[in-house]
Design a protein around this ligand. Sequence first.
Ligand code: PLP
Length: 408
Amino acid sequence: MSNLMQKPRAMTPAPNAAPTIGPSTIAVHAGEMRQKPGDSITDPIFCASTYTFENTQDVITFIEQKLPREEYGRYGNPGEKVVEAKLAAMERGEDAVLYASGMAAIVGLLMTKLNSGDEVVFFDECYHRSREFCSKHLSRFGVVTRQVKACDYVAMESAITPRTRLLISESPTNPHMSVVDLERFATLGKKHGIETLIDATLATPYNVQPLTFGVDYVLHSATKYLGGHNDLLAGVLIGAKEKLEPVRRLRGIMGAINSPHNMYLLSRGLKTFELRMQRHNANGMAVAEFLAEHPRVERVYYPGLASHPYHEVAKATMRGFGGLVTFLIRDASWRETANVIDAVQIPRIGPSLGGVESLIEQPLVMSYYECSPEDRRRFGIPDNMVRLACGIENAEDLIEDLKQALEH
Ligand SMILES: *Cc1c(COP(=O)(O)O)cnc(C)c1O
């Protein structure tokens, strides 16, 4: 325990050092000094773009010995270091690198690790912008992206060539909530000497810790459950320190850094992480069960339901299944589906997920409006699909509201 809240800038408690320490204790205390400037219980916000040295010798000592102190704001700030250590501890990783958004984190990793001629293999159910970055932009630098059906490990293995450098998936996937068998995925990478990345934004370290299954990198859009209040953007990569060192260096050049104010918000959001996740998990489950029984609902995608194709994998590997519930409205046109969304009173209409406020959207309209019908079919986005990100409101109220909207 003392290991967790040590004095000078106690970086991460050693990975797996104390698996008995609970998620809330880690989220509240890890990475923080016990005694802080001004004797404040909260971390101060240092509004500084640069950090000063007492004299020239101090500059030289810092450069030669790489002492743990700040230098210039684009390379990091004290608040960010605290949150990096906290997130590494929460994920049972050695190190974490924070970015200004989840997309900046994935771009940062891919730009560090890939060279012209290299290849990446993706499971095809993925965040639309990650796919766009690979197909439209990495391709310009001669990187080849291959997509295979989500959770088809045989297809993934067949897509591997001697130039493959990274295997990438989300788990659970958005919006279909397919759950990856992380051990199988990590083993596939190790067998071929290829690094693996899991975007675990929808799971969070409360529900699953991919590094413990042998995955090399975990990515989160901290904009979602980690921040948790729909009031900030951030992204993070977690993994081995040595592997993340070049990633951190490129981040210092890209400048996709967080402001000290943003880090205060993220740190504050993380204090209630476990409490929020317990409620998101409970709400997701209750709402999914209600929808599965409703005559106007054709299908529900939620890994907590026994009817979900990946229920067994999810049950074996996850503590809970999160707040995101996707469903299809029976025999509904896109307009009739929109009418249900417009009739909902509590969830607000908007993209994103993982915040205290519930959000609802029609993927066809919100994220795939500019796609051709063929592409939407390929990506599995039917016109009657609804994505509901349950917040932390009371489940009975969310269910009552959905009921009136479905029967509108
Ligand atoms: C939101 C999201 C991202 C992108 O994160 P931003 O913080 O919006 O840049 C990446 N992956 C998943 C699964 C997401 O939900």
